[in-house]
Unconditional design. Structure first.
Ligand code: GLN
Length: 495
């Protein structure tokens, strides 16, 4: 194994600027690691070796000309979730229906990384169309967790989380609709950021549930994730829901942390400590809050009374939007087409029933049902009304009680492969702590805060007010700074 893969992005930047190594060295080190470990983890669906080496060579030229004036990500390897379209590079969303699809353009977030000189090492495996929490819904095989290869890495951005956790790339992009960045970050012991809805352009992110989807970064430390977020954030005229809000230099701001958080009120929602959750997860979260108290923050109990409805609301709204978004895969314009159809309707029917996996079909059926004439009011409309109540819970907490909310990311640590596949509802219930934040469009960060007795990582979720990523990342950063808890240094890691 090449030691270069263990560096943080800032250390890589230093090495590139001092000439200790080149972007091509970095790209080769990571490509080698992917080659050596992908058969174990199955985290990459496509490895873009040639492209990466040519992008790295171009980055080296840029570095030699522009030196420290070059963008901070120049020559830094990144991995991209297969949900994001990449020009000339296969993009399948881990679905058979898009097998072999080569998009003619780049997703805005990817384009921004490329404009900054980043080097794309490949496209990562995931749950099909980002529907799932374990990677077990990928049409191309399950992704394995580097902490225990018999356990899932979480989902749906499974491969992106594993790529970073296992040293296949220092940074990656995922998408988060109801937890798909935060939960795999927590299961693999890394940092994941779901930005405020509207912070990052969704242009080129294949749509699952358009009122919830957001693109965000994974990194092994808060600083790395912060500088990646800065690179991809901002208004984009191609996504009307992206917002014209200033993008801070997050890294610069978090570095201003001076060792205390006096005056900060951290809300602990009482509804988030539920029966059935792992005792070790609960203990670890409570322990983490002591660290924040030590730093001068005040912990206040808050109530988010509609939390218990969030899962139901999420699975109605997300499925409804998915059923509409996925109507485009009809075998006509792109993707899989059943070759032997005799009639048009047989072509539609067979292309879709053979092209989509079971979970995607389940959601299309559920979504179509809740939108159908006789049931619209009872399900979809009602869910939208309750969504407003969930949003108002957060609003009230932020207005009256606290600046940031702290919760577990997931009620359990990584579970075994196959453990929940027979019972979709059980799988859905695992999203209980991540979906409310998504329904409210708020930013959420997952940071590693401990290990359980099986040596599996535990994640702490920090939720902020809309567009408060700056403050939120500072709170996230302060935890690691104070505790020195750093999963990337824990013995037992597979790299
Ligand atoms: N696990 C959730 C689901 O299955 C969230 C997925 C996501 O955020 N893309 O829908």
């Amino acid at each position: 194994m090449n030691e270069l893969i263990k560096l943080s992005v800032l250390e890589m930047r230093d090495g590139l600027l001092t000439g200790n190594f080149s972007s091509v060295d970095l790209a080769k080190a990571h490509l080698e690691e992917i080659k050596a470990t992908n058969s174990t983890y199955n985290s990459f669906l496509t490895v873009t070796e040639e492209l990466a080496l040519s992008q790295a060579a171009a980055a080296d030229v840029k570095l030699s000309l522009q030196k420290s004036n070059s963008p901070i990500l120049t020559g830094i390897p990144v991995a991209i979730k297969d949900q994001l379209v990449t020009e000339g590079v296969k993009t399948t969303c881990a679905s058979k229906i898009l097998k072999g699809f080569i998009p003619p353009y780049n997703c805005t977030a990817v384009k921004k990384l490329l404009d900054d000189g980043a080097v794309i090492v490949g496209k990562t495996n995931q749950d099909e169309f980002a529907m799932g929490s374990s990677s077990e819904n990928s049409a191309f095989g399950v992704v394995r967790n580097p902490w225990d290869i018999e356990s899932v890495p979480g989902g749906s951005s499974s491969g992106s989380a594993v790529a970073v956790a296992a040293g296949q790339a220092p940074l990656s992009l995922g998408t988060d609709t109801g937890g798909s960045i935060r939960q795999p970050a927590s299961f693999t012991g890394i940092v994941g950021v779901k930005p405020t809805y509207g912070r990052v352009s969704r242009y080129g992110a294949v749509a699952f549930a358009s009122s919830l989807d957001q693109i965000g970064p994974f990194g092994r430390c808060v600083e790395d994730a912060a500088l990646c977020l800065r690179a991809i954030a901002g208004k984009d005229k191609r996504d009307s829901t992206s917002m014209e809000v200033p993008v801070h230099d997050y890294l610069h701001e978090i570095k201003k942390f001076d060792g205390h958080l006096k005056g900060l009120r951290i809300g602990l929602p009482k509804e988030y400590f539920i029966p059935g959750m792992d005792k070790e997860v609960e203990d670890s979260i409570r322990q983490s809050l002591k660290t924040y108290e030590k730093l001068g923050a005040e912990i206040v109990e808050i109530s988010l009374p509609h939390t218990e409805y969030a899962i139901a609301v999420y699975y109605i709204v997300a499925c409804a939007e998915a059923s509409s978004n996925l109507a485009r895969y009809d075998g006509v314009r792109y993707g899989y087409r059943y070759p032997e159809a005799q009639t048009l309707s047989e072509m539609y029917e067979k292309s879709r029933s053979l092209g989509f996996g079971a979970e995607v079909k389940r959601r299309i059926i559920l979504g179509t049902y809740v939108l159908s004439a006789g049931y619209y009011d009872a399900y979809y409309k009602k869910a939208q009304q309750v969504r407003t109540l969930v949003i108002n819970d957060f609003k009230a907490a932020f207005v009256n009680n606290c600046d940031v909310i702290a919760t577990p990311v997931s009620p359990t640590t990584a579970f075994k492969i196959g453990e929940k596949t027979a019972d979709p509802l059980q799988m859905y219930l695992g999203d209980v702590f991540t979906v409310p934040c998504s329904l409210a469009g708020l930013p959420g960060v997952s940071i590693p805060c401990g290990l359980d007795s099986k040596n599996l990582p535990i994640g702490l979720q920090l939720i902020g007010k809309p567009f408060s990523e700056n403050a939120l990342l500072k709170v996230a950063y302060s935890f690691g700074k104070e505790t020195k808890f750093d999963t990337s240094k824990v013995i037992g890691r597979r790299f």
